[in-house]
Design a protein around this ligand. Sequence first.
Ligand SMILES: NC(=O)c1ccc[n+]([C@@H]2O[C@H](COP(=O)([O-])OP(=O)(O)OC[C@H]3O[C@@H](n4cnc5c(N)ncnc54)[C@H](OP(=O)(O)O)[C@@H]3O)[C@@H](O)[C@H]2O)c1
Length: 287
Amino acid sequence: MNILVTGANGQLGNEMRIVSQGSKDNYIFTDVAELDITNLEAIRKMVKEKEVKVIINCAAYTNVDKAEEDVEFCELLNAAAPENLAISMKEVDGLLVHVSTDYVFGGDPYNTPCTEDKKGTPTGVYGKSKLHGEQNIQQVGCHHLIIRTAWLYSEFGKNFVKTMLNLTATKPQLKVVFDQTGTPTYAYDLAVAIYDVVENRKYEGNDGIYHYSNEGVCSWYDFTKMIAEYSGQTACDIQPCHSNEFPSPVTRPSYSVLDKTKIKETFGISVPYWTESLKICINNLKK
Ligand SMILES: NC(=O)c1ccc[n+]([C@@H]2O[C@H](COP(=O)([O-])OP(=O)(O)OC[C@H]3O[C@@H](n4cnc5c(N)ncnc54)[C@H](OP(=O)(O)O)[C@@H]3O)[C@@H](O)[C@H]2O)c1
């Protein structure tokens, strides 16, 4: 079976390259230069020429702050483009695996882990655009798995872990918010889960929305403390602070923990605890 991975030079896309190496399927990796997902005709052409039966969409507009002033482009990439992918899969009775975000929540003060059926309450342009993308895919009605994830980090690209590794190594003191609670997710773990579901055809008869993050709960402050500890960079004095000390164009969710019961029960997936995965990523980065 031919599987197209879009946005393959991003964090998740790079992890998909790694985890799919031993696959019985044929993976085709593309980034914007090879396939621009805002272009429906280009997608249709590739799907036809390569006989694609599954698309794993790792492409997105992911700059949460910049999205506030880049509304149109963010909607194009996060809402219209997934619709294009859905249309192309509907036409060949294929499957779209699409990745969404915990930032579809946040407007309501949820304070227990969010299940898939909870109403989306995005607070910013990015979260809204990702929710629109989900809705567009559902409306097109192709076979789909929409996997919401959170606080993604990896060895690739820019992310919170890399930023904090740099800051804790160079600054004597650091303030990090402790009033936003969620769960970090190692992109490698998410890629393993997606690969398992596709490789073993577990998706059959299981269209829908699923939540995947690592296990556990923390604040960005706790996350930073563990990054410093695991990297051995403990000289930096890390202090908790409130979000309003860091003016931002967008209000981020104060609580966006994802309940993963559905993905674990449906697909028999075991999810690593966040500190265990963080340790692995930091060790890889230090090599
Ligand atoms: N990062 C997080 O913390 C986080 C949290 C929750 C959910 N998610 C979701 O998880 C998914 C993967 O995120 P990520 O962090 O791996 O993203 P990422 O590293 O920002 O990668 C996204 C990739 O998409 C590519 N791209 C941009 N425009 C494109 C287009 N028109 N056509 C094809 N490719 C295009 C980008 O290329 P260029 O770099 O060249 O633009 C980039 O390689 C996304 O759906 C995101 O919304 C992320």
